[in-house]
Structures are given as structure tokens and as C-alpha cells.
Design a binder for this molecule. Structure first.
Ligand SMILES: [Fe+2]
Length: 167
């Protein structure tokens, strides 16, 4: 389990993992409504460029709004107030370099889950890399998937990956 390996609260990671897609099947309008009425739940994230980009680009907003909407529902309807958990849920589609360890773990687990098409070395990387390297590896996998599938990747995520590689 990644949370154990990286010394992160496993209950918090488990809850974030469980909740991250809970609004994915709602209509876009319902997701928007949740964010409109319970947006104060994620107000602490409003300075984050990733979230601003997510809200401002309608094409990607339609694909990624289920993250912020799930965070708002988790906070308002299930009374979860821990910022690390809400951040992990809200940003699990777009990612950014300021994410907490829990948010990185949820991002990695979501993108490298066994049911996804993933590189042959994914299991080895999951067991050997440190958290930061695993996060960068995962971003690389995401960039690769989008490129090979021909689907459009959020420019923010693409830039994030190139920025990190240059560091
Ligand atoms: Fe998702």
C-alpha cells in the first residue's frame, strides 16, 4: 500500500481514494451546481493555478469538474474537512506540483491502477521509487497515454510535466 510505504495516514488516503470519483457519473450541470453552492469547502484551493485552469477552460472543465464536485460533496454531505483529503479529491484529474503527499498518492493510484493500460515496469516503479519520482513517472505515463490515444491532454498537465523534467 502506497500510504504505508510513504508514511501517510492510510485512513485518509483510503477515504480520498474511495471518494475521488463519486460525482463522475453526475451530469455536468449537477457537478457545476455542487461547486456553486458548496464551493466554500474548497475555497482554500482557490489560489492554486491548477484549479483556476480547470474552472476556466470549458473543454477540460467538463472532464475534470467531477473532482472539485466530489470534494464539495465529501465536505458538505459527509462532513469531511481535512484539507489534504479534499485537495486529493479535487485535483486528482489535473495534478499540480504543490499537491500534498496524500494527493500525490491518490493521483498515482488512480492513474496506475491495475485495470488501466500501464507500462510493464509500473509495478516495479510502484515498489521502488520515492514518492516524488513516482509522481513524475506517473505524469509521464499520463502524457504518453494521451499522446498515443490521440486524446487531448490538459495543457496545464502537459506543462507541469515539462516544467518538472527541466528542474
Ligand atoms: Fe476521476
Amino acid at each position: 500500500m502506497l500510504s504505508t510505504r510513504f508514511g501517510v495516514d492510510r485512513h485518509a488516503s483510503y477515504l480520498a481514494g474511495l471518494a475521488h470519483d463519486m460525482c463522475r457519473e453526475l451530469s455536468f450541470e449537477a457537478q457545476e451546481h455542487l461547486v456553486d453552492i458548496y464551493g466554500s469547502c474548497i475555497a482554500f484551493l482557490h489560489g492554486r493555478q491548477s484549479l483556476q485552469v480547470l474552472f476556466s477552460d470549458i473543454e477540460y472543465k467538463k472532464k475534470m469538474l467531477h473532482g472539485p464536485a466530489s470534494a464539495c460533496m465529501l465536505c458538505h454531505e459527509f462532513n469531511v474537512k481535512e484539507q489534504d483529503i479534499l485537495e486529493a479529491v479535487a485535483l486528482h484529474s489535473i495534478a499540480d506540483e504543490m499537491m500534498s503527499d496524500i494527493a500525490k498518492i491518490v493521483y498515482i493510484s488512480d492513474k496506475l491502477e491495475p485495470l488501466r493500460h500501464r507500462p510493464q515496469d509500473a509495478d516495479e516503479k510502484l515498489h521502488t521509487l520515492d514518492l516524488e519520482s513516482l509522481f513524475v513517472y506517473t505524469l509521464g505515463c499520463v502524457v504518453q497515454w494521451f499522446s498515443s490515444s490521440g486524446k487531448p491532454l490538459s495543457p496545464f498537465t502537459a506543462h507541469l510535466y515539462s516544467r518538472i523534467l527541466k528542474e
